[in-house]
Design a protein around this ligand. Structure first.
Ligand SMILES: [Fe+2]
Length: 349
């Protein structure tokens, strides 16, 4: 089940070119391309005639020609040429999706066109801040339902076991997690005081010795996350992120359900130091990708575990943020698709 009236990431901007690219989002087959003017275009990937994917056809200027019988579609989805047709029927059109380029990503609106408002796209703080560094980011397709990834991104504890060589260490096992519910999502967070710096961050912090560490895990509906890590000198003057030596790393994570069993996971990071250090950005890209590959192994196995579930599962205390998120998202999805009105039914008691 997916929330339709929402922006999702369709692709990296760099992936949408002057050719036809097939993607599947929320189970819908979509073809992406870039217009001559440079704007991204997203159309239903199925000719109205025999449903051949348009992505198997040809891009001709701003139009797509079907590879089966040459029907031609404009970028608004209307068929503008059909062989042997003097008058093209008005129903000869494929769906076109609103798309917007932002943060190096192409965002697509999967719901009612009239409700698409680009102001609702996830806001990335410090994107244009010249004092902050940014890495290129990456993506991967994970063989699991997207809600297992949102679970994972509302779970600061898992780093103690899944990412022992990077994001986590023993300090991350027992400190309680606080749940904050907001209108646009859920935050799971905790400060860990006077703990060792976890391996991934050791070369990044600007102080030695122990740290006070914040894990701020925030997922917004339907499936977008900011994971903020703060490392400040332990017990230092000034609180947390405001400490002059505090290292802040914001990890942005955008999950696009391919279908119920697969998710394309996009990410990039911003940091409050070394804005021009390309070697550092590259190293961060590599380190993050390696850690997320650890998540992938676990999440795909969890997906299969539930697929073959034979006995009931239990939840633990630190699962609360995930459960709150899932419950509210399920309500939002249900509200989008009201049950059909009952007619002619009689209650029998
Ligand atoms: Fe993880």
């Amino acid at each position: 089940m997916f929330l339709k009236n929402a922006w999702y990431v369709a692709a990296w901007d760099r992936e949408v070119r002057r050719d036809l690219r097939a993607v599947t989002i929320l189970g819908e087959r979509i073809v992406l391309y870039r217009s001559l003017a440079g704007d991204p275009v997203a159309l239903e990937d199925a000719c109205v005639h025999r449903k051949l994917p348009l992505s198997m056809g040809r891009l001709k200027d701003d139009r797509v020609e079907c590879g089966y019988h040459g029907m031609v579609y404009a970028s608004d989805g209307h068929c503008v040429f059909a062989p042997g047709c003097q008058r093209i029927p008005s129903i000869a059109r494929v769906r076109s999706y609103p798309v917007v380029s932002r943060y190096g990503l192409v965002w697509i609106w999967m719901g009612e066109r009239a409700r698409a408002d680009s102001a609702a796209i996830f806001q990335v703080e410090h994107w244009d801040d010249p004092t902050w560094g940014r890495n290129l980011g990456d993506s991967m397709t994970v063989g699991c339902n997207y809600l297992f990834i949102t679970d994972n991104l509302l779970d600061p504890t898992h780093v103690a076991w899944v990412h022992r060589s990077s994001f986590g260490n023993d300090a991350c096992a027992e400190v309680p997690v606080e749940t904050t519910e907001r209108p646009d999502g859920v935050i799971a967070s905790r400060w860990m005081k006077a703990v060792e710096v976890a391996p991934f961050y050791v070369p990044l912090v600007r102080f030695s010795g122990c740290c006070d560490r914040l894990q701020h895990y925030e997922v917004r509906y339907p499936s977008h996350a900011i994971i903020r890590a703060v490392f400040a000198p332990a017990g230092g003057a000034g609180e947390g992120a405001n400490h002059p030596d505090a290292m802040v790393m914001d990890s942005y994570n955008f999950m696009t359900p391919v279908d119920e069993d697969r998710t394309r996971y996009f990410w990039f990071q911003l940091r409050n130091f070394s804005p021009q250090d390309a070697a550092l950005s590259k190293a961060m890209d590599e380190g993050v990708r390696a850690a997320f590959a650890e998540d992938r192994v676990v999440l795909e196995a969890v997906h299969q575990g539930f697929r073959h579930q034979a006995t009931r599962n239990i939840d633990l205390a630190f699962d609360r943020p995930q459960l709150v998120f899932r419950r509210k998202l399920a309500q939002m999805i249900a509200a989008e698709s009201p049950l059909p009105a009952r007619s002619g039914e009689t209650d029998v008691r």
